[in-house]
Ligand binder design. Structure first.
Ligand code: PHE
Length: 345
């Protein structure tokens, strides 16, 4: 036995670099296995005489301890089976990026409209999508035989009794619920999903979204309605926007009007979007019919009010010139991704 042998093994051990468990095991066999180098030194040690035994004993034991520790250490620090066969892991490689979501265009428009009316002092009210006939029609002055109650337009959930359940066809039902429970004066906007039994096409869908507004106080006049809508249109479509009111009919408002805004694409010159007219129809409105106020227990001699309602998909279509309503419901990432950079979210 030579001191150099011990020193050589110690040096080799220092140099030793194992990358896999397999290599660690090979190193263990090489040093500590039955025919391993350290084992061999112990065999030689047995044959030494007493003096030499005294000289080498401790050094040899230290060497064995060192080798054992080092092998254990490497066992713990070297990666498992994956590293053995698979490609080397590059820890500096960037991870898979998350797909960033974006707001749905209908949500963007709803938020813009709600924000505008919040500035005017309106609250937001919501109501159920499955409603009863009373809140969708009866309390809103729909005569018993009004065509809007026809099965053609309305999805009934339960039929055959006096107050059937149905999917609301407009958010005006939320007006009724608000008038029933909120103290006066009332100033609310009611955004929500509505349902109509329509064949699905580029211009019609059986599901869409509305936002409805209601203002009730003493001395509310048609001039207030006109001013509120003008301010809204200018906030929404730009400061030069004009509005135009055409007479119309809704059972729950009297007088009733349909409101157009000047086309913000051609600025009144006439284009494809406004079909050459210079105007875009955006909402229905009117003074709340006294019958509607009375049905919800509001004194129509003391109070008056106005209401308006608009379709969110329609506004979004005008804003971004989307020509097919179906895009809003199909969850096509190519379409939805277009709104990733949309402002004011
Ligand atoms: N509820 C009407 C509709 O769905 C819109 C509207 C609301 C009209 C309020 C006048 C006043 O078409």
């Amino acid at each position: 036995m030579k001191r150099e042998d011990i020193e050589r093994i110690a040096a080799e051990l220092n140099e030793l670099k194992c990358k896999t468990q397999k290599e660690v095991e090979e190193a263990r066999i090489r040093f500590l296995g039955k025919k391993g180098e350290v084992t061999r030194l112990f065999e030689e040690f047995r044959a030494l005489d007493k003096d030499l035994k005294r000289e080498f004993g401790k050094t040899l034991n230290d060497l064995k301890q060192m080798v054992t520790n080092r092998i254990e250490e490497m066992k713990d620090s070297v990666g498992g089976e994956v590293a053995e066969e698979g490609p080397k892991q590059d820890l500096s490689m960037p991870g898979d990026p998350y797909e960033l979501g974006s707001r749905h265009p209908v949500s963007i428009v709803r938020q813009q409209i709600v924000d505008i009316f919040r500035k005017f002092g309106y609250d937001v009210a919501e109501g159920p999508e499955i409603e009863d006939d009373y809140h969708v029609f009866e309390a809103l002055n729909f005569p018993a035989n009004h065509p809007a109650r026809d099965m053609q337009d309305t999805f009934f959930v339960s039929a055959g009794h006096l107050n059937p359940l149905l999917l609301r066809t407009h958010t005006s039902s939320v007006q009724v619920r608000t008038m029933e429970k909120m103290p006066l004066p009332i100033r609310v906007v009611c955004p929500g999903r509505v349902f109509r039994n329509e064949a699905i096409s580029a211009r019609a869908h059986c599901i869409f979204h509305q936002i409805e507004g209601l203002y009730i106080d003493e001395n509310v006049t048609f001039a207030d309605l006109k001013q509120a809508l003008l301010l809204f249109a200018r906030e929404m479509f730009g400061p030069d926007t004009q509005i135009r009111m055409r007479p119309s009919y809704f059972p729950f408002t009297e007088p009733s009007t349909e409101v157009d805004v000047s086309c913000n694409i051609c600025h009144g010159k006439g284009c494809n979007v406004c079909k050459g007219t210079g105007w875009l129809e955006i909402l229905g409105a009117g003074m709340v019919d006294p019958n509607v106020l009375e049905a919800s227990g509001i004194d129509s001699k003391k109070y008056s009010g106005f209401a308006f309602g608009m379709g969110l998909e329609r506004i979004a279509m005008l804003k971004w010139q989307v020509n097919d309503l179906r895009h809003y419901f199909e969850n096509d990432m190519r379409f939805l991704g277009e709104f990733r950079t949309a402002p004011e979210v």
